[in-house]
Design a protein around this ligand. Structure first.
Ligand code: PEP
Ligand code: MN
Length: 359
């Protein structure tokens, strides 16, 4: 990972960097209309998907090459930089040929090392380009870093990551689970790598774009990529999460950008408190695990099953209620309890198998 540390910033100095534009380029009129509106609102980088990865065949798969001409026009008429998604060698070649400034790699592609290598190989000799790599659909940070590394090894130094959340089974508030700890770990592993948040794909709903954007700013992200369409309700893809250029302007202007590097004395004291509380938390968890192992011993002696679902349900219900009464999110408490339960089951099984004799 050493070498990735030396990547340079993206050469666009307004922080946060904002990339905006429709999910997909649909028609010349829609692209130009949206782009002019965004440019009038001070946006400097225009995004539009030309080749769209669709979950099932038969959906709108993008306008293809025609859209590249429209991006050229956007550049000529508004002076904005342009950005589009590439997923194959042919896409890269066509986008480079058309003078697209920023290429991004989508979540389905960054999950595939063969595709990433093919894209990286076709970027050799184009060191002036900026490449942004979205996180893979699955929450695998090594896969994300590996994808970035392939692009870096192709000579690209204007490199950045886009956090677009992670796909999951079932219905949730967010379309893609943010799992913020993953981009935070990426920042820890590669401190100089710019990380941009994609609140549109994380939230999946236009009402969620503003709060997620603010959260990203509070967490020190370097920019935002937001889907914006001149007529969101008529969009051919992702219509529920797109905002008009005017709404986008409002959202961006409302963002509070805090100086994250300022450390005050008060903050140091508060951080010490957090350190102490975390230590207490770990000790308490350890105490709880010891009791679980004793229960494991009891179950072993009485030939009982380790997992008693009735009891687990009661625990979940009562603890989540308590947490909610204290102002915490029930979903958060559920995740915590599930993780604790998983570890206590693991330890009880060790007791059962005689792998752990000292309780
Ligand atoms: C997109 O940006 O429109 C897109 C398809 O995103 P993702 O790869 O994050 O799903
Ligand atoms: Mn989209």
């Amino acid at each position: 990972m050493e070498d990735l540390q030396s990547i340079s910033p993206m050469g666009i100095d307004n922080k946060p960097m904002i990339i905006a534009g429709p999910c997909s380029a649909e028609t010349e009129e829609q692209v130009m209309n949206t782009a002019i509106n965004l440019a009038n609102n001070g946006i400097k980088i225009f995004r539009a998907g030309i080749w769209k990865p669709r979950t099932k065949p038969g959906g709108f798969e993008g306008v293809g090459q025609d859209g590249l001409e429209w991006l050229k026009q956007v550049k000529e008429k508004t002076g904005m930089y342009t950005a589009t998604e590439v997923a194959t060698k042919a896409h890269v070649e066509a986008a480079l040929e058309a003078g697209v400034d920023i290429l991004w790699i989508g979540a389905r592609t960054s999950a595939n090392p063969f595709a990433m290598q093919e894209i990286a190989d076709s970027l050799v000799g184009h060191e002036d380009k900026t490449v942004l790599v979205k996180n893979p659909v699955n929450p695998d940070i090594e896969l994300w870093i590996g994808a970035l590394q392939r692009i870096y090894n192709a000579g690209i130094r204007k490199l950045g990551a886009i956090h677009r959340g992670f796909s999951t089974y079932g219905k949730h508030l967010y379309r893609n689970q943010p799992q913020w700890h993953i981009p935070i770990e990426l920042r820890r592993r590669i401190p100089n790598l710019p990380i941009i948040c994609d609140p549109s794909h994380i939230g999946g709903l236009r009402e969620l774009v503003a709060p997620i954007s603010q959260q990203a700013m509070d967490m020190g992200f370097d920019g935002l990529i937001i889907e914006s369409h001149c007529e969101p309700d008529c969009a051919w893809s992702d219509k529920n999460q797109q905002v008009t250029p005017d709404v986008l302007n409002f959202i961006v202007n409302m963002l509070v950008i805090r100086d994250t590097s300022q450390t005050t004395e008060n903050l140091t004291i508060l951080r010490q408190q957090i350190d102490n509380i975390d230590n207490e938390l770990i000790e308490i968890l350890n105490k709880r695990m010891r009791v679980c192992r004793e229960i494991g011993q009891y179950k072993k002696e009485h030939h009982m099953q380790v997992v008693q679902t009735g009891r687990y349900d009661d625990i979940l219900r009562s603890r989540i209620k308590l947490a909610e009464e204290m102002g915490m999110s029930g979903d958060f408490m559920k995740v915590v309890l599930q993780a604790i339960h998983e570890e206590s089951v693991r330890q009880q099984i060790e007791v059962l198998n005689g792998k752990r004799t000292n309780l």
